[in-house]
Design a protein around this ligand. Structure first.
Ligand code: DI6
Ligand code: FE
Length: 403
């Protein structure tokens, strides 16, 4: 067997959407070979090396995409806000609910009261729902602890999820998510805590730092201090920006070389240009747009014109986006935000990888990257975007292992 190439697993008789290059990277008669958890080859069967595989999986013509990436979630949290939602449907206002102890503060109380193990246990069903749709990488934010210890507890719980399941977890410190009640009227003091205590303590536990730059969150000046501190600590930054109003947080994020700016309904042309120049990904969150009955759509045309990469994510959180379906976000990205099939699918693969600073590692089917795959029972890639509430996953592969 002189002229064969050894590999661990070979997926043959398959069609590929590699996401390499510009479009979907379609290969009609393809092969994927994995060795030591990495992609050794992904491309046409015709002209491929002759592989000597320990295991060969005949895919019977099924499609393979990169494992999907949910690049913005608040997956770890305790409690539920279903009752709050029910009250809102019966006419209660956000302020009334907040006064009755609801809103982010109710999730904060429940999260502070929960142990790390309880946070893991309550997050696992949500994680499993994502994995059942072919997700292999999930970003998880803190932001419901709002003390140094409780934020670290959330980050440890997020990391622990990666031990419990075959999934890559990217953690983000979101200490500047909301002002905890004990700091009422002292937002600058709380930002000092984030800057001087939380960020240094999160080094090694957080892969990035995020903040909520908004009228009901933190001002651009306060956000700037958080992002400065993160970069000084050597951590990449992301930002919740332009969700409810135009504060130009996305331009601020770009100024800090942010990996992503997220939500962006109120972003304008200058924001789009700044993001393009900095290589900052626009992470769009159609679940929150839908659930909050927002009517102002993010300026997709401006992002396209400026050349801003667009990603899609669930924003899974108990207040504004209680979804664990990234496939539904593909459909909503197309129906609500008018993304094309190619944009939607690149938004949960190659561009989502970039939003996490992991473009060298995941997001496309290319030799050298981690062998994270989703194998689908579909007749064409558009089916992943077209369907509503249907999961055509055949199998999921993380680091070369079927799981
Ligand atoms: N934007 C949101 O939509 C969520 N956080 C954020 O910064 C809301 C989180 C919640 O209501 O629990
Ligand atoms: Fe969010």
């Amino acid at each position: 067997m002189a002229d064969t190439t050894a590999c661990d697993t070979l997926w043959s008789n398959t069609r590929l959407a590699t996401m390499a290059g510009e479009g979907l990277g379609i290969v009609e008669d393809g092969l994927v070979a994995a060795k030591d958890g990495r992609i050794l080859y992904a491309g046409p069967a015709d002209g491929a090396p002759a592989f000597d595989a320990d295991m060969e999986i005949d895919c019977d013509g099924r499609w393979i995409t990169p494992g999907l990436i949910d690049c913005h979630t608040h997956l770890v949290h305790a409690g539920t806000r279903a009752n709050e939602w029910a009250m809102r449907l019966e006419g209660a206002t956000y302020e009334e609910i907040a006064r009755a102890g609801g809103g982010i503060v109710s999730t904060m109380r429940a999260t502070r009261a929960a142990s790390e193990a309880e946070l893991v246990a309550t997050a696992l069903p949500r994680l499993d729902a994502l994995l059942a749709e072919g997700v292999t990488t999930v970003e998880v934010k803190s932001g419901y602890g709002l003390t140094v210890e409780d934020e670290l507890k959330m980050l440890r719980a997020a990391r622990a999820l990666g031990e419990e399941r075959h999934v890559r977890i990217a953690t983000t410190l979101l200490g500047a998510h909301a002002l905890p009640p004990e700091y009422a009227g002292r937002a600058d003091d709380y930002v000092d805590l984030v800057r001087d205590a939380m960020i240094p303590a999160a080094v090694g536990l957080a892969d990035a730092v995020d903040a909520f730059c908004e009228g009901i969150g933190f001002s651009p000046v306060q956000t700037d201090r958080v992002l400065h501190a993160a970069r000084a600590a050597g951590l990449p930054v992301k930002l919740h920006a332009e969700q409810l109003s135009a504060l130009h947080g996305s331009s601020l994020a770009a100024h800090h070389g942010a990996l992503s700016a997220d939500h962006l309904e109120y972003a304008d042309e200058a924001d789009a240009r700044a993001m393009a120049a900095a290589g900052t990904v626009a992470v769009l969150l159609p679940g929150a747009f839908y659930f909050m009955r927002e009517t102002k759509r993010p300026p997709v045309d401006l992002f396209r014109a400026a050349g801003v990469p667009i990603a899609l994510a669930t924003d899974c959180n108990p207040g504004t986006s209680p979804t664990t379906s990234l496939l539904l976000m593909l459909n909503m990205g197309a129906t609500l935000f008018r993304l094309t099939v190619t944009e939607a699918l690149r938004g949960v693969t190659v561009h989502a990888a970039r939003a996490l600073g992991l473009a060298h590692e995941i997001g496309t089917l290319e030799a050298g990257k981690a062998c994270d795959l989703a194998v689908w029972n579909i007749s064409e890639p558009a089916e992943l975007v077209y369907r509503i509430g249907f999961t055509p996953l055949f199998s999921r592969v993380k680091d070369g292992l079927c799981c």
